[in-house]
Design a protein around this ligand. Structure first.
Ligand code: CA2
Length: 160
């Protein structure tokens, strides 16, 4: 099972500013945590970060065409503005995505309360810090389990 984690704008700055909101760990440390959590779940993870909306969209298309099994996305501020990223997730449906936000959006500025991209995801985890990514991974693996077993059964069963 191969899962991609997409990081949106400014997440490459994690650990450098605003530690009271995002903590003190870096993006590399976050990725190490996710990779370690993925192993016992039988998942392999790949990572992509961009500060550009179009690059994130291109990456979603490329990953889907390459046969990725699921996505974990934190589109950062684009979550609150980008119908194009919502459309990108819809354009690769039924590829499942789980949205993560490190901070608790509901406790922050009003403009962060709504996420366009969350509406194209099977779930959202927000306000749990870095462990939220591990929760998202577990959610995705649980979702993919029965789906993938059903696909495997269809592939091996004789045609009617
Ligand atoms: O809580 C989250 O994960 C966010 O997606 C983070 C975004 C923010 O725009 C969203 O509303 C919520 C910001 C990305 C990180 O920005 C940094 C700012 C300063 C220092 C380090 C990272």
């Amino acid at each position: 099972m191969k899962i991609a984690v997409l990081h949106g704008p400014n997440l490459n700055r994690l650990g450098k500013r605003e530690p009271h909101i995002y903590g003190t760990a870096t993006l590399a440390e976050l990725e190490a945590l996710i990779r370690a959590a993925a192993k016992p779940l039988g998942a392999r993870v790949v990572f992509f970060q961009s500060n550009h909306e179009g690059a994130l969209i291109d990456q979603i298309h490329e990953l889907a065409d390459a046969g990725i099994d699921g996505l974990i996305v934190n589109f950062g501020a684009y979550s609150h503005t980008s119908i194009a990223l919502f459309d990108a997730l819809k354009s690769v449906s039924p590829l499942p995505a789980v949205e993560v936000h490190i901070s608790d959006l509901k406790k922050r500025e009003r403009f962060r309360h709504h996420s366009y991209s969350a509406a194209a995801c099977i779930g959202q985890v927000a306000g749990k810090g870095f462990p939220g990514y591990v929760e998202a991974l577990q959610l995705l693996v649980k979702h993919l389990g029965p789906t993938r077993r059903a696909v495997a059964r269809r592939a091996t069963s004789p045609r009617a």
